[in-house]
Design a protein around this ligand. Sequence first.
Ligand code: GLN
Length: 554
Amino acid sequence: MTKHIFVTGGVVSSLGKGLTSASVGMVLERRGLRVRMQKLDPYINVDPGTMSPYQHGEVYVLDDGSETDLDLGHYERFTDSPLTRDSNYTTGQIYQSVIEKERRGEFLGKTVQVIPHITDEIKSVIHKLGSPDVDVVISEIGGTVGDIESLPFLEAIRQFSQDVGKENCLYIHLTLVPYLKAAAELKTKPTQHSVGQLRQIGIQPDILICRTERSISQDDRQKIALFCNVPLEAVIEERDKDFSIYEVPLSLVNNGLDELIVDRLSLQADTPNLENWHELLHRLRNPRHEISIAVVGKYAEHKDAYKSIYEAIDHAGIHHEAQIRVGRIQSEEIEREGPERILAGYDGILIPGGFGERGIEGKVDAIRFARERGIPFLGICLGMQCAVIEYARNVVGLENAHSTEFNTDTHHPVICLLDDQRNIVEKGGTMRLGTQPASLREGSKARASYDEAEIQERHRHRYEFNNAYRQQFQAHGMLFSGTNPDDTLVEIVEVTDHPWFVAVQFHPEFKSQPTKAHPLFASFVEAAVERHAGRAERNKPNSTRPQESPAESE
Ligand code: GLN
């Protein structure tokens, strides 16, 4: 029988519930258990696909094309649990489904209510992940205990243990134990209140994971245990990690969390195998290179907007034992100040995906700079489309070439709507989404990076390269190194006369893992490491090679 773990959060948001849930999933997998992960989000949007990155950070895309919460990115980076549409539900989806059933007359004339109809629907989506092949389902409840909108979810998970038996469920509550400077003390009261609120709803947490910036004393742990009605060993400290988020799973194991879970749920588990994770941290602590990469996007200031991109860069750094300083640059800044001042010191430039016209010209300028100076460049989705626009204008000679997303009247629509997008009016879930195959051209950088002829990558776009321009681009030195199998859609472009210039219509960042860097990110970072080494060599005082101009050095 599948066991269920429910993870709730208290006191404040942004405690890292997604990361903690992913870490719990990871350590259970490392003990030989088969795990499934799920996020239940209390907001009313049907999915985050139409939400602004300011509201919600990046939209994470799964193989099956579902547009999901960014916490699912943590799940995929930390675990091998396969994720599907059933791994992320929102209040919007739950209500939509109940209302559709009501319209079909499935409730046989009954009054449709939050309890039992909405809660039944929530329980059914939790049950969907259980099966004889699954040992543990981890369901993370978004939001903070005490929010009005999370009440139906909490009620549903309370009922769940009545349905399947208390011995088959475990409630983990993530809470904050803040340090109060004025009192020079850690404070346990917010945790007591948060657990108090959970208990009012009828949920007694089994385990408390206490987020804290300082070590919690034995006295404080005892106090928390007493007031929150949990045994002392179930008060688990999770200190802030100033070095790396990849320390979280190890620290949870050190504090006995996995043992506690295995014991409480009577699971048959092996001892944890964390060898490659220790190795990963060792590499992270002992870099052999130091390089810098500029990520030029629309939402540079917002660290969650390009979450998976920053993570994938880190993974490639771990792979090459390189410490990477990532400059988060707003493309509008380049429009104001020019690329030279802002980008000259970087060893690589990456332009991520995006929507909307703001900052586009800054991205085009950044790409021109990377192309002309031979700086390794990786363009992703909108980043590829901007690379095409730049090449059209500055190499092919197509004046004012543009994407019809930004200028419908351009004389040279080098990027235009995908054919099957022309009549679509609804915004939610209607892009070209999810995993699609591509074939790679022999002799290209892409082919060398993947070392494979056929690849599968995730997509999320409405616009594409306009095939009417293919020959003109080819004649001017652009290589179409990846296309869909029938060669009707361009998936990868490369500038051949350049150390490393590759731009892709898909999102490789969604398939990178800390112990398995994505091949494109790995090659990009390798090229940046080489550039850095070359520059250092050229700038040595007794070097016989020509020195770089001051503007090009750091
Ligand atoms: N806005 C572009 C499109 O819809 C790019 C999308 C993206 O970067 N994810 O095609």
